[in-house]
Design a protein around this ligand. Structure first.
Ligand code: GAL
Length: 680
């Protein structure tokens, strides 16, 4: 799915915030900066439809024409991200209500209940009008549906939602008895006789029924997805050839993006790593996750910031060069587009201190605009990367329903965060430049050699069998503590944890020992001692061998990490949270066994990933250090640096601090001359 033949480059453009004469200036500056795509009209409902059923497209026609005349294509917003003031006045019950019954008013954005019938009717009418208006415009390259669905309002608890929830439950469980059984309502006398006794999980005296809460996550995700699908249906009908997307938010818990991704033509997502964090590891992890949502298809980074945001407590700017560096880090993990929020920094409103491609004070030597322009020029040379893919032999299981379930309250340890446990495994791959995909537990795992399942608390029907087959066929499955505990309704598997994974892992866990935050224990293995935190399992071997044991506490000497041979493969269980040294060593042993290696020898804080087409391999190397490093390229290969065009033979390559290299690789060293000719 290529939107343009070159890397998409541009940002959110909000011309309605500016007088018309600025539109011409903007188009000129965009052209100068190499911008080829902008996202337009995202918050423009009230401007396009100033009163009920009255449409004004004059201004938008003009903006689109000006941009097109300057070589800028359009990722057109469907303008549904914010209902206008007239709509809210007419339908005050379209405002969302939170779990305590508080109405969220007009005056910011995203103030709508996803199940409001008039909202749905008005959205559909608006989207059809926009699609009909621009369906033949040559500038239209892509649809940007709504904006960051659920970002501010991920759950509404109003009466419309209550009615829709009951309908959703009826479709899922058919009978009230089945619902009572699945929700375990005999506990605390919560039994229902009729569907209309059931409500959304509104504020209650103490812990709410977790199965009810879990279903509300599912229901709200489905309600919001339906909103998207309604728009998508109209766009598909009116413009069958224009790709449709909506911008995701990476580690965003309320929406199951694996489910959503089936319905977009290309994944787009927004990322704002904090420059204070140093290495952007979570950003890398999310790039890998976003790429994995559509099985490795390249994605577009739809929003990032040139410099600083305005919504943190302290909004630190990216130092010189870092915007470029992180843009390449995104391309390295599969992006075919680098876009920003936003083009021109707002003069008024809640985002006036948010960075932009064109800052408040612009002279053409301004640091930000200069960096934007230089990156734009470079990316023009990298059209060859568009459509290329990453090949991974390792996968990490990531499952949104599991995320919802494992973080519901009343657990043995209520401070564990799914994302951070996943990240502690991911980090070890990141540091070693091992390519990794994310998968759901039910996905086809046949192309992977190693699958890591951090805190897979919920195992749904059939998922255990998929994992069993993967191991039986020779794969290594590595499972962390607090996995295999409950079914899809959050009901515990009896007969020993980790329930349906027991046979693969050859163990059973009898008790959990969650650690207070300050507690550190040790595990020992035949190569040393390592710290462990957060958790200990009381593990009994049932076929597995111990790889490490606990050193301290009343379970000293009992296994902490185990390995079980199963079929042609093995199941490894990590019954605690070992430090990075241990996890790294354990994973290195597993990778060595499966001959899994990074593309190049690892250099500290230097990210390297490989993208491939049928014909070419591209190595993208990002030096996050502020000093020069040397990387060793195989001597039997020839390379072309795609940024400066130079061809050279493998060997030592020096890369400046905060700099990158994008190399096209050929196998035969002898072909250097012809390669140079080929590239002119
Ligand atoms: C995103 C949003 C944009 C803008 C940006 C600021 O969440 O989609 O409209 O608000 O954040 O960082």
């Amino acid at each position: 799915m290529n939107i343009l033949s070159s890397i998409c480059y541009g940002g959110d453009y909000n011309p309605e915030q500016w007088p018309e004469k600025i539109w011409y200036e903007d188009a000129r500056l965009m052209q100068r900066a190499g911008v080829n795509l902008v996202s337009l009209g995202i918050f423009s409902w009230g401007k396009i439809e100033p009163s009920d059923g009255v449409f004004d497209f004059g201004w938008l026609d003009k903006v689109i024409d000006i941009l097109y005349d300057h070589g800028v294509y359009i990722n057109l917003g469907t303008a549904t991200a914010t209902t206008p003031a007239w709509f809210v006045k007419k339908y005050p019950d379209s405002l969302p209500i939170d779990e305590s019954g508080v109405i969220l008013s007009f005056g910011s954005r995203q103030h709508y209940c996803p199940n409001h019938p008039q909202l749905i009717m008005h959205m559909k009418r608006l989207v059809r009008a926009i699609a009909e208006r621009y369906k033949k415009h040559p500038a239209l390259k892509m649809w940007h549906v709504n904006n960051e669905y659920a970002c501010h309002v991920s759950r509404c608890f109003c009466e419309n939602c209550a009615v829709a929830f009951r309908k959703w439950l009826k479709e899922r469980y058919k009978t009230i008895d089945e619902l009572n059984e699945r929700w375990g309502t005999n506990f605390w006398g919560q039994r229902y006789n009729n569907w209309d006794e059931i409500n959304p999980p509104r504020k209650v005296p103490t812990f709410i029924n977790p199965s009810q809460e879990l279903d509300y996550y599912r229901f709200m995700n489905d309600s919001i997805l339906k909103l998207f699908l309604r728009e998508r249906e109209i766009l598909r009908e009116v413009t069958p050839d224009i790709p449709i997307s909506t911008n995701f938010m990476g580690p965003f818990k309320p929406l199951n993006y694996f489910q959503w991704a089936q319905y977009v033509d290309i994944v787009t997502w927004d990322s704002y790593p904090d420059p204070r964090e140093g290495l952007p590891i979570q950003h890398a992890m999310m790039n890998d996750l976003m790429r994995s949502l559509r099985k490795g298809q390249p994605f577009i980074l739809m929003e990032q910031v040139t410099s600083h945001v305005n919504w943190r407590d302290i909004n630190v700017p990216k130092p010189p060069g870092v915007m470029r560096l992180w843009s390449y880090a995104t391309i390295a993990r599969g992006a075919d587009g680098i876009m920003f929020f936003q083009w021109r920094q707002s003069r008024a409103g809640a985002e006036k201190f948010h960075g932009a491609m064109v800052p408040h004070f612009l002279n053409e030597n301004n640091r930000i605009y200069t960096e934007v322009t230089e990156l734009g020029k470079e990316l023009k040379k990298l059209g060859c990367l568009v459509g290329s893919r990453i090949k991974a032999e390792v996968a990490i299981i990531f499952d949104w329903e599991n995320w919802w379930a494992v973080e519901l309250g009343s657990k043995p340890h209520n401070k564990l965060k799914y994302i951070s446990i996943v990240e502690s495994y991911y980090k070890e791959l990141y540091k070693r430049n091992i390519a990794v995909d994310f998968v759901r537990p039910s996905d086809d795992l046949t192309k992977y050699k190693v699958v890591i399942a951090p805190m897979l608390y919920m195992v749904k029907e059939g998922e255990d069998e998929n994992l069993r087959q993967f191991v039986a066929n020779g794969g290594t499955l590595l499972v962390s503590f607090f996995s295999g505990i409950v079914d899809e309704n959050d009901r515990v598997y009896l007969g020993g944890y980790p329930g349906p994974l027991r046979d693969i892992l050859g163990i059973f866990v009898e008790e959990f020992v969650p650690y207070p935050e300050i507690k550190v224990n040790k595990i020992y293995s035949n190569d040393g001692e390592y710290d462990c935190t957060k958790w200990a399992d009381i593990i009994h071997l049932d076929g597995a061998e111990p790889l490490a044991a606990f050193k301290g506490d009343w379970y000293a000497g009992l296994p902490a990490v185990t390995r079980n041979c199963y079929g042609k493969g093995e199941g490894i269980y990590v019954g605690t949270h070992p430090n990075s040294n241990y996890l790294g060593r354990l994973l290195e042993q597993v990778f060595a066994k499966h001959h899994i290696n990074p593309a190049l020898e690892v250099v500290e804080n230097v990210e390297m990933q490989q993208r491939e087409t049928d014909e070419w391999k591209y190595l993208i190397i990002i030096n996050h250090n502020d000093y020069e490093v040397t990387v060793s390229l195989p001597k039997d290969k020839t390379y072309q640096n795609m940024i400066d065009g130079k061809c050279f033979r493998g060997g030592e390559l020096r890369i400046q601090g905060v700099d990158v290299a994008v190399l096209r690789e050929r196998d035969e060293a002898g072909k250097l001359e012809s390669l140079s000719k080929f590239f002119g």
